[in-house]
Design a binder for this molecule. Structure first.
Ligand SMILES: Cc1cc2nc3c(=O)[nH]c(=O)nc-3n(C[C@H](O)[C@H](O)[C@H](O)COP(=O)(O)O)c2cc1C
Length: 313
């Protein structure tokens, strides 16, 4: 299969595989290892816009990027148009900005942000217009709707407002992961929209990615990339060869080691995050449960580093 080329605004991506924004996952070190494995674009985790405006140490850490972390998108959500105006100067280190219109968490929808915005697409349009004054590409990540499907209407309004791409997570906000993503809806939107559509939801291997690329211009991976950055390498290989490469535990542990090294290098050590990612890195091995038990009991960064360094032997 000829690799699709994907361009978002002025950003030409080297392939159509994107790393999804994920809270507690996609910090700078994690983005860097996913890029090395093949991801062409990566995003920060979702940041609530007022968090950015009242910068604290944690937010600064989550916004940390580097010259190797390119192209990178900042993902934000919020409900106040005024705050969207104020955020413009903070966009400087980023190549694009994405509005989260999909988060179903009550903490966010209770503030009329995240997926709540799907109820009022004109507000999303206003946010896009303001962000466009920053001169970087603006994208929106949406779901099929909040309680009812209005994806086509929302996508049209977003396109008209000047957005450069739309990512569609093909579920309603009220739908949990047990309900399969409905890719047919992405297909319908693709037919009536001119800007790039990135398909998201339930892509776990090369075949899934290939099917999504038949429908959409790009694919975005979330869960399948947690603790397995090499999913990008395997999918890229599949797209070339039509063969699904095997998962390799030792290679995956090397990825975990790189993550630990980069966390140290960039002074972004978050033990809870390392524990969460680590348990995912470890889960695909033969004696995963006993290794995981030992790992989860470790307390300090040095203990974790020792454990991870010895995993291969
Ligand atoms: C741990 C976790 C954190 C997430 N955080 C975000 C986020 O910050 N912003 C966002 O737009 N979506 C977030 N999502 C949703 C994913 O980006 C994605 O839309 C969803 O998981 C479906 O894709 P998948 O089937 O590849 O997992 C998160 C998902 C997971 C599992």
């Amino acid at each position: 299969m000829e690799m699709k080329s994907l361009k978002i605004g002025n950003i030409k991506l080297k392939n159509p595989l994107l790393l999804a924004p994920m809270v507690d996952v996609t910090d700078l070190p994690y983005r860097l290892i996913c890029r090395k494995a093949g991801a062409s674009l990566a995003y920060t985790e979702m940041l609530y816009i007022s968090q950015i405006l009242h910068t604290n140490k944690k937010t600064q850490e989550l916004m940390k990027t580097s010259s190797l972390d390119k192209p990178v998108g900042l993902q934000i959500t919020g409900n106040s148009i005024e705050e969207f105006k104020k955020v413009i100067p903070h966009l400087k280190p980023f190549d694009l900005v994405d509005i989260n219109c999909g988060c179903p968490s009550l903490r966010i929808t209770g503030n009329q942000a995240g997926s709540y915005l799907l109820k009022n697409p004109n507000k999303i349009a206003s946010m896009i217009k303001i962000l466009k004054t920053s001169n970087i590409p603006v994208t929106a990540k949406i779901r099929l709707g909040f309680k009812t499907n209005n994806v086509l209407k929302v996508a049209k309004i977003i396109e008209k407002a000047g957005a450069d791409a739309i990512t569609i997570h093909a579920r309603l906000a009220i739908q949990g992961r047990s309900i399969p993503a409905d890719w047919n809806e992405i297909k319908k939107v693709r037919k009536s929209i001119g800007i790039p559509i990135i398909g998201n939801g339930d892509i776990f291997n090369g075949k899934d990615a290939e099917k999504m690329l038949d429908i959409a211009d790009g694919v975005m991976l979330a869960r399948s990339a947690i603790g397995d950055p090499l999913i990008f390498t395997r999918i890229l290989k599949y797209l070339k060869t039509k063969k699904e490469p095997e998962f390799n535990f030792n290679n995956n542990i090397k990825q975990f080691q790189s993550y630990i090294k980069l966390s140290k290098k960039y002074n972004l050590i978050d033990i809870q995050r390392i524990k969460y990612l680590g348990s995912n890195f470890i889960k695909n091995t033969r004696n995963a449960s006993s290794l995981r038990n030992i790992f989860m009991k470790l307390k300090t960064f040095d203990e974790i580093q020792d454990f991870v360094d010895n995993l291969e032997n």
